[in-house]
Design a protein around this ligand. Sequence first.
Ligand code: SAH
Length: 647
Amino acid sequence: MLFNDFQPIAAIATTAVAAQKLQSLCQTAGATLWVPESLNNLKFKQVKFYKGSLKDHISSLWLQNRALVFCLATGAVVRLIAPLLEDKSFDPAVVVVEQGGRFVISLCSSHQGGANQLAQLVAHQLGAVPILTGAAADLGIPGIDVLGVPFGWCRGEGDWTGVSAAAARGESIEVIQEAGSILWQSHLREGHPFDFSASGDPKARIWISSQLKSHQTPLEGEKGKGEGVKDFQDNIQNPLLIPEVQWHPRVLWVGIGCERGTSKELLATAIEQTCQQYQLATAAIAAIATIELKADEVGLVELCRERNWPLQTFPAEVLSSVSVPNPSQIVAKEVGTPSVAEAAALVAASSETLLVSKQIFRSPIPNSTTSEQGGNDKILNYQGAVTVAIAQSELEYTGRSGQLFLVGTGPGRLDQMTPAAQTAVTKADAVIGYSLYIDLITGLGRPGQIIEALPITKERQRAQRAIELAEWGLSVAVISSGDCGIYGMAGLVLEELRHLGWDGKKPEVQLFPGISALQAAASRVGAPLMHDFCAISLSDLLTPWQVIEKRLEAAAQADFVTALYNPQSRKRTQQIAIAQNIFLKYRNPDTPVAIVRSAYREEEQVTLTTLDKFLNLPIDMLSTVLIGNQSTDIYSDWMITPRGYLG
Ligand code: SAH
């Protein structure tokens, strides 16, 4: 799931040692491992053997894969891929794992191909250091050419190299955002080069809009009213012009009404001409909306499939309840609603106003096409009649299916967090958690990542926010300290999803376990959990105290080694004393007890004591209390619960 965006992935090794390095990675990432035929004694899963020259083999892998991961000298990789490189907007990502496994280099297609991100993910899996040599990574800002990817924005016209170069030089980049979510703006590192106020002296410009913008710097007072698109080369030749790029959030909802049998060609022309006339970018189209009756309209269905536009249909009753500028009684008589195109656009966009009201197109086709040679064939393709209307939504359609990673970060220090959990945090578009835990893992973040830290009591809001972002299409990591499923956020998120009628699939959910406090605490004092044990939380915020007391009694009586979570807060001081009394009923006063505070964090404190005395020591909400069973013993500062091997 973490590597979905890069599939299919091919990994390439030419020696047994290199193949070994890549093998487990290939399993996690779902990659195919390619090795030469001479290594056919390797018995790894997912391994395939290539015949003949590696060079020939790479040229076939090049076209069939979105990412190539080599464990080979960079020089060799450069020579192998050099003849194949074409364009950074569609070449596969190329990543090189250093043969010692210590470094992972993002070699090629680092932004649009995703090699930077892939190198980071691979590095986390291998416990290696990712090497990213692009300027954006260094500046701590998202790459200009991948800025809108999490939100499904489409790259439009522009001088992408020019704007990226200005960003790399740290020059001021004006951002004019007219459409789509501005969430990204509030999650940039301090000192970023973006200027949202349109007041400075920018050296480059980013338009984020549903409209097509001119590439010329507009004259004073004419900002945004550009005419036509000029080749970006002009910007380079004319020093007065600054490089610009355009991102198009998918906010346009195109309402369509059409006669039965209207051809795909006429529909396409109608949509394109409407967009052209209003200077709208077809790349900003989110979806096509129409009446239910047209759900099987062949031309429309085919066009949507070709252009990757979802087709949304609404029943006549829904459409007829919308007030529109151009209702028609004839249409009402025919299909039961006075408007199809206008009403469908408004409903789909959840908007009250249209950007473009009803435009009508009929065959024969527009002049430009009929007058061409061979026009007769084309005329045949232009059948029917179409009405087009367009509305713009507040929030963009991402076109992505969201993911929820429920991540346990372990007790605190990064080296106690699993590589898979680290990978999930790096991969996520958004990270949500309690501020203290977010601070502990800041090193894993990616430039541009949305980090939402909420106070400790806002668990439910955290879960709801995560689900909201995932339903919108983002991949969201919800982090808990320790294990996410032990007094963590995992259960809450799943419960909340169930409450919302989740189908179990969308958004996709994956859990990443972590070392829980009881394991972390135990490791600091020895092996107290060597026999049957249990965990009891003393917090009665969500659980009635009688229930907790009953469990304490049962655990004490059954001689479980017991880990007490949430043992004592400033306000809640009685519970731990009651717990002590209960255990004293069944265990000796000198039963070993460990108090471990902030295990694996800077302020860690570890104390070994006994059941009768442990209340004399400071205990708080950052502590875990481990109470030994009847055979637990202390030997030279080590707490040991015998399993019984020595009798
Ligand atoms: N999901 C977490 C538990 C959260 S409940 C886990 O699996 O560890 C919070 C309680 O966990 C705290 O009150 C404390 O009792 C315990 N705890 C969490 N981190 C700890 C640490 N680093 N050292 C000691 N106890 C810790």
